[in-house]
Design a protein around this ligand. Structure first.
Ligand SMILES: C[S@@+](CC[C@H](N)C(=O)[O-])C[C@H]1O[C@@H](n2cnc3c(N)ncnc32)[C@H](O)[C@@H]1O
Length: 265
């Protein structure tokens, strides 16, 4: 699988900024009971792991990722915090080294969007979940990005990202599919809540942490591959990125919606 965002330092910083800015919006209602076991799937460099483990200090987390380098970085990050309720393991969703029904809960954030077989992944995760256990899935949807001033160049730059992710086997518009995927995978009591990030200059921490360092940085990050793939040209792409930054000015507005699904086995 080609991971469209790559694994470099800037991408890791972007994931950290994203996690820091969105903690309350995405995680305020996630807490696991003492003694419960949680499988975090595709933990990356541990941006969500830290929040999860802190918010549920008496639950035990097993956090896995297919990337050994990311796991090493995540482990280092948690080691520095004194948290002792997380174990990291390199593992692939499609070849999980766990017994059936061995976890009380499963948590998946920003991972299904990168998989060509998200439904199969959910079915596998359902297999390691005990009956009555829960799954939490959080995904974005780039179709939910709208902004002021509006800009067709900015929209076209975002579309380049959506197209590159599609060509890599993923789906940057998967947020709207969290409900149907969970239902199709056979989960019960599926509830999806949209979490909208609304940014204007009265919220400077979101202007910086979300519009600039998370969303626009992500689009900017695919400049070279998008040009190489013939999806755009330098002038048009740079104009789009400039227009995204333009939304961070005093009169600018940026909106984006994440989708958080919780369901039971
Ligand atoms: C966008 S990152 C999200 C990381 C983290 N969940 C977060 O929210 O910051 C997606 C992660 O999924 C991992 N991943 C992709 N395919 C995977 C697979 N088949 N098995 C396990 N992890 C996978 C990638 O290595 C990457 O670290």
């Amino acid at each position: 699988m080609t991971y469209v965002h790559g694994y470099d330092t800037r991408e890791n910083e972007r994931l950290e900024d994203q996690a820091g800015t969105l903690v309350d919006l995405l995680h305020s209602d996630t807490a696991y009971p003492p003694g419960s076991t949680v499988l975090e799937v595709g933990c990356g460099v541990g941006a969500q792991t830290l929040t999860l483990a802190r918010r549920s200090p008496d639950a035990g987390f097993t956090s896995i990722d297919v990337s050994a380098a990311s796991i090493a970085e995540a482990r280092q990050k948690i080691d520095g915090t004194g948290l002792t309720n997380v174990e990291f393991q390199q593992a692939d969703i499609f070849a999980l080294p766990f017994d059936a029904e061995s976890f009380d809960h499963v948590f998946v954030c920003f991972v299904l969007e990168h998989l060509s077989r998200p439904l199969q992944a959910l079915a596998i995760l359902k297999g390691v979940l005990r009956p009555g256990g829960t799954i939490t899935v959080i995904e974005g949807d780039h179709g939910s990005a709208y902004f002021y001033p509006d800009s067709s160049a900015a929209q076209a730059a975002i579309d380049c990202l959506v197209e590159l992710q599609r060509r890599a086997g993923g789906n940057a518009l998967i947020g709207r599919q969290v409900f149907p995927l969970l239902v199709e995978a056979g989960f019960e009591a599926v509830r999806v809540s949209p979490r909208m990030v609304y940014v204007d200059s009265s919220r400077p921490e979101l202007v910086d942490g979300f519009t600039r360092k998370t969303f626009t940085a992500m689009v900017e990050g695919i400049r070279e591959p998008a040009i190489a793939a013939g999806l755009t040209d330098p002038e048009r792409f740079d104009a789009g990125v400039r227009d995204l930054y333009r939304t961070t000015e005093r009169d600018g507005v940026f909106c984006y919606t994440f989708f958080k699904g919780v369901a039971r086995k």
